[in-house]
Design a protein around this ligand. Structure first.
Ligand code: CP
Length: 299
């Protein structure tokens, strides 16, 4: 394995293997391989992904080297390809990259620059390790096959949604979509992706789904006038009124990749209440990254 840049690099066998191995590593079993020096280059903000990758590298006995755009040669005009070549020359074994540029991790992997590459989120493209961790979390809480999952929110801009749509359809999950056009003045619905059951409103989503998967409004990707409408124009309250999850039915679960917006995408008491898998997603996100990095290191 030379990297993971898209959910299409995962299949049922890989997911099953990462689930078993990730649980063992999370429980403290000794690693089979040490990733050595690994560069974590984050050109967009992150808490969960950045910290869990750093933690995973450390727990496997390796050395995470964190680079921000502002504190590196990237801010002086060095390309990401040039940066990756420099890192490889310095003996760095792998690159974990978060970038605003869709497709950049895939291009770096294809360029074969002497180090493995993992996509930690590329703009509104993909976020395959979030999808991996979420898959492990849902598998551990009732399984995937035949599960009905409604994706709700800003699906067009969501890299998490794009990775989940691909992976979960292939793993037998029934998927519905309530795609909110968060930049539109009336928060109208967008198009559901192929293969996803279009859901007309939150009530239909709640009646149909076992799991409600919430994607927050990606306001940072909106043009300035639409951003201003969110910041001061009351659009957050309108979003909560129409699409914010207020309650769960018995046995129903809520998932969200974070950051979550309590009071906008869901009622605050749901975030860590009964039926919430949000913390489990974080825990299994670490498990998946441990197993993935061990594999990339040759384990
Ligand atoms: N889910 C996710 O990618 O969160 P961060 O932006 O905090 O890494």
């Amino acid at each position: 394995m030379r990297g993971l840049v898209s959910a299409d690099g995962l299949d049922a066998a890989a997911v099953a293997a990462f689930a078993t191995r990730g649980a063992s590593l999370l429980a403290g079993e000794p690693p089979l391989a040490n990733p050595g020096p690994v560069a974590l280059v984050f050109a967009e903000p992150s808490t969960r992904t950045r910290v869990s990758f750093a933690e995973a590298v450390s727990r496997l006995g390796g050395r995470p080297i964190t680079l921000d755009e502002a504190g590196s040669g990237i801010s002086k005009g060095e390309s990401m390809e040039g940066t990756a070549r420099t890192l490889a020359t310095l003996g760095v074994n792998g690159l974990v990259l978060r970038t605003g540029e869709v497709g950049l991790p895939a291009r770096l992997l294809a360029a074969d620059l002497g180090l493995w590459v993992v996509n930690a989120g590329d703009g509104s493209g993909e976020h395959p390790t979030q999808a991996l961790g979420d898959t492990l979390a849902l598998s551990a809480h009732g399984g995937l096959e035949g599960r009905k999952v409604a994706l709700i929110g800003d699906l067009a801009a969501s890299r998490v949604a794009h990775s989940l749509e691909d992976l979960w359809l292939r793993l037998g999950v029934e998927m519905g979509a309530l795609p909110v056009a968060v930049g539109s003045p009336d928060l109208s619905l967008g198009q559901a992706a192929a293969g996803l059951r279009p859901l007309a409103n939150l009530e239909e989503a709640q009646e149909w789904a076992d799991v409600l998967y919430l994607l927050r409004p990606q306001t940072e990707r909106l043009p300035a006038p639409a951003q201003a409408a969110w910041e001061g124009g009351g659009r957050a309250a309108a979003y909560f009124a129409e699409y914010g999850l207020k309650a769960l039915a018995p046995g129903q679960m809520v998932m969200a990749p974070g950051p979550c917006w309590p009071g906008v995408d869901m009622a605050p008491d749901l975030l860590h209440g009964e039926g919430s898998l949000v913390s489990e997603q974080v825990r299994w996100g670490l498990a998946g990254r441990l197993a993935l990095l061990e594999r990339l290191a040759g384990g």
